[in-house]
Structures are given as C-alpha cells and as structure tokens.
Design a binder for this molecule. Structure first.
Ligand SMILES: Nc1ncnc2c1ncn2[C@@H]1O[C@H](COP(=O)(O)OP(=O)(O)O)[C@@H](O)[C@H]1O
Ligand code: SF4
Ligand SMILES: [Mg+2]
Length: 333
C-alpha cells in the first residue's frame, strides 16, 4: 500500500516523498474538547519519516508537538487524516493490533522519574514489557542486565535502586532501556532532555544516537529547543499553532530558513556566548488562541513580513529550494 504522493502535490503536501517511508502522516487533525466546544490542536499536518531517519519536530509550547506524537500511537482520538505505519493505517487498526503496535512504537517522555514506577527496582522496570509478555524470569534477568549495560548503567550499582534514587539523566536512561528492551522500530521522544541539565542532555542525545545506529531505529524527536533538535535530526518539521510552517533537511532549514517563523525562532535562540545575548530580536507578541486562530496564515499576527494576501489566503506547503518546503506566500530568499 503506497500513497500517491504526486497526486497530493499542490494540496499542501508536496513535501512528501513516499520512498522507504516507515511513517506517513497525511492531513492529521486532532481535536480536544474544552469548555465552550472543541478545537483543533493539530489542524491538518503531513510529514514522512523514512526508515532509520530522525525527524525533529520543533515549535513553541502549545503548537501541537506532543499531540502529534500521541496521535501516532493513537493515544488521542484522530479527528481527521491518515497515519500509515509500515503497511498499516493507525486510525483504522483494531485496538488489539494497536496494542501490539504500541510495543514497536515506544515513547520517551520529558519527566523521566515520573514515568517510572516508584515501587519497582531499576532491574525490574527495564523489563516490564517483557514481564507482561510472559517471558520467563531467567530470560528477563539476562535481558535486564544487557539493557542496563546498553544504556550505560552497567553492573550491580543501579540494578536494585528505586527510581527516586536516580538522577534525572539516570532515570531517563532507565526509561530508554525499558523502551529498547521491546526491540522497537520507532521511538517517539517527546522533549526527552528538556528537564535535564545541559551537560547531561548531551550524554542522553549521544546515547540515543548510539542506540539508533545499533538497532537501526527510526526516531521522531520532539523539542522546543532548536539547538537540541538540530544536533540529532536529519529532517526538521517546524510547527506553529497546529500547522506545519516548514519542512526540510535540518542543515538547510537551520542555515537558510524559508519561513519567517523559523527565522524568528532561530533569532530567539540565545547565543552560546551569554555576553552577546540573543542572535536577533526575540519573537514578538503572544501566540493566538488555538480556539480562534487568525484567518489566512496563522502566523500573520506576529509575522514581520505579513501583507494583505496573508489574511485573505492560507499558504500551502511549496518547495522553495530542492527538498525544502515552506507554507508562506513570501518565503525568505
Ligand atoms: N487533553 C487535552 N485537552 C484539551 N486541550 C489540550 C489537551 N492536551 C493538549 N491540549 C492543548 O492542545 C494544544 C497543543 O498541545 P500540545 O500538543 O501539548 O503542545 P506542545 O507539545 O507543542 O507544547 C495546546 O493548546 C494545549 O493546551
Ligand atoms: S504567509 Fe504572510 S504572514 Fe504568513 S509567514 Fe508568510 S509572509 Fe508571514
Ligand atoms: Mg509537549
């Protein structure tokens, strides 16, 4: 089952490939009910992730990154669009099959300590999934030792600790180990280092890179920190208020952003030398409410380049340079 990519070109989905793709998201919509009705936290987004690739998803808090990640595992009801994983359609598979797929598609969260059962020892936590599968105890034990070694917590020192005795970085290693123990194909990492000290962040990112190489993992890496996403991603997807602004090779997008929002995000990133402050003017204005987004281009209320057409017409994704796509009427040169 393959998607007809060419037939979608021009409908805002021209940035899709369709080759050795493991995950294909098309026009995804996720709605939440709130007081006074419902709103689209994800309002029609499309992207592809090839086997073995890391896709970074960036954008300010509330733009729908976590909702997108959760939708792939069907943890929230999908209001519209399709999610194809391998040859299966996530929005349609029976719940029983979905439970199996959730083992192949593991998720890592921001709060490592909170994601671990405080009443269990580290050596039990990493093989929780295997225990549920009914794997024999002796096998669990050897798997536990192996996994702890793989995530850099070798020997006996950590095995009998409870999650509360671990540092944030160690707890995240345990959470990663628990995911790896199930031999996943896809890892969805939702702000996995945002709660960690900068020095520890690099160690966890390196660990993810090592595991990716060793197990041929495909990764969706969600973060609000552009620097972190750049360090790990092959491609990057920039989101704003439930929509995609820009998509492309991460080196290209970071070096020559085509969408004014990407430019603004990059300009807001603090320079490594604190004396020099920020790279440019910070992003101005508040994010509009997703309950009543601006008509036309959603970014127009904060965009320094906005013109009349931006209010009248919603921009679709167009290829601005080979392999780089932006949803903007007036992309940056
Ligand atoms: N369970 C929920 N019920 C209602 N609104 C939600 C729920 N989860 C998230 N939201 C809202 O949906 C939008 C997107 O949230 P989220 O995907 O968590 O953004 P991000 O991860 O990019 O910060 C936000 O406006 C958020 O407040
Ligand atoms: S379409 Fe207009 S408002 Fe939107 S990002 Fe482009 S220039 Fe700015
Ligand atoms: Mg989030």
């Amino acid at each position: 089952m393959s998607l007809e990519v060419s037939s979608l070109a021009g409908s805002g989905t021209a940035h899709l490939r369709g080759d050795d793709t493991l995950l294909s998201v098309r026009d995804l919509e996720v709605e939440y009910r709130v007081k006074g009705g419902k709103f689209k936290a994800v309002a029609g987004i499309s992207f592809d992730v090839r086997q073995g690739e890391t896709l970074g998803i960036v954008g300010e808090s509330g733009c729908g990154k976590s909702t997108t990640g959760r939708a792939v595992l069907r943890l929230d009801p999908i209001a519209g669009g399709q999610i194809r994983y391998g040859d299966e359609w996530i929005e349609r598979v029976p719940e029983k099959r979905m439970r199996q797929l959730r083992r192949e598609m593991q998720m890592i969260f921001q709060d490592p300590v909170g994601s671990l059962n405080p009443r269990r020892q580290v050596k039990e936590i990493v093989v929780e999934g295997l225990a549920i599968d009914g794997v024999a105890e002796a096998e669990q034990k050897s798997a536990s030792r192996k996994v702890l070694e793989q995530v850099g917590l070798p020997g006996d020192r950590f095995a009998e600790m409870s999650p509360r005795q671990l540092s944030g970085g160690q707890a995240q290693r345990v959470a990663i180990g628990r995911a790896i123990a199930l031999n996943p194909r896809l890892l969805i990492c939702d702000e996995p280092v945002s709660a960690l000290d900068v020095s520890v962040q690099a160690q966890i990112l390196n660990l993810l890179e090592e595991l990716k190489r060793e197990f041929g993992l495909t990764i969706v890496f969600i973060a609000h920190d552009l620097g972190v996403v750049r360090a790990v991603s092959d491609n990057v997807l920039v989101m704003y208020l439930g929509k995609v602004c820009e998509f492309g090779d991460s080196v290209e997008v970071y070096d020559r952003p085509a969408h004014p929002y990407t430019r603004a995000l990059l300009d807001s990133v603090p320079l490594t030398d604190p004396e020099r402050g920020f790279a440019g003017p910070a992003l101005k204005g508040d994010i509009p409410s997703p309950l009543s987004p601006p008509a036309g281009c959603r970014f127009r209320s904060r965009c320094p380049q906005a013109q009349g057409q931006c209010a009248a017409e919603e921009p679709v994704m167009r290829e601005v340079r080979p392999g780089q796509f932006a949803a903007c009427h007036f992309p940056l040169a």
